[in-house]
Design a protein around this ligand. Structure first.
Ligand SMILES: [Zn+2]
Length: 220
């Protein structure tokens, strides 16, 4: 705490929305956060709760954690995620909270796995245990892959006994490839009810299609 206070004095926190110093997210900018458009849960995920649209201050909070190693942003997101889960989750109480691990390279570069930090924060607020249940196979991070590659998701396998009801927490859901792959591995490991909770839902820009009068698949 002392070190945190000291660093906050040297490098004051700035709001993800308006950039003013003081807090990770100021009260005014917190009111600008919006819910995402409804979208179906990825295959294998029984229920997906997406808290925020991936734009504005929400996008900046995720980016600060993901690309700039700013862990404080995750604290704000975990609070929003736990509160949203309590409002919107069904009646099935998960046995455990877990996460799809990022690549070892990204974890090393960042100093933490943002999905793990979110999972631990959400679990603590919901009074649930958290555990690392998945191991990630070799392959690039999702953010560096094309939309088509993303839909297939990275490869995961269960590395520990998996309880029947699992809540998977992640920062962003774009195509649902990561959550779908995580759910498949958890089911193979023994889960029969897999629910997802993500901080933001990002919609890919519609792809132009040949021929007029058709709506492009937004790719989520
Ligand atoms: Zn602000």
């Amino acid at each position: 705490m002392l070190l945190g206070a000291l660093l906050a004095g040297v490098f004051p926190l700035r709001c993800a929305g308006c950039r003013l110093p003081g807090a990770v997210l100021c009260e005014r900018c917190a009111t600008t956060l919006t819910a995402p458009d409804p979208a179906p849960a990825p295959a294998g995920v029984d229920v997906l709760v997406a808290c925020l649209a991936h734009r504005g201050a929400a996008r900046e909070l995720v980016a600060r954690a993901k690309y700039h190693g700013e862990r404080a942003s995750l604290g704000v997101l975990a609070v929003v995620m736990a509160a949203t889960w309590e409002c919107r989750a069904g009646t099935v109480r998960p046995d455990v909270v877990t996460f799809p691990p990022t690549t070892p390279e990204r974890r090393r570069a960042r100093g933490f796995d943002q999905a793990e930090v979110l999972a631990e924060g959400v679990a603590a607020r919901l009074g649930l245990p958290s555990a690392r249940l998945l191991r990630r196979g070799p392959g690039p991070a999702q953010a560096s892959r094309s939309a088509a590659e993303r839909r297939g998701g990275p490869s995961f396998r269960a590395q520990a006994p998996v309880p029947p009801r699992v809540l998977v927490v992640d920062d962003v859901c774009t195509t649902g490839g990561t959550l779908g792959a995580a759910a498949a591995a958890l089911r193979t490991g023994g889960a029969h009810h897999v629910v997802g909770l993500v901080a933001t839902r990002r919609q890919l820009a519609p792809r132009p299609l040949k021929g007029a009068g058709r709506t492009a698949d937004p790719g989520v």
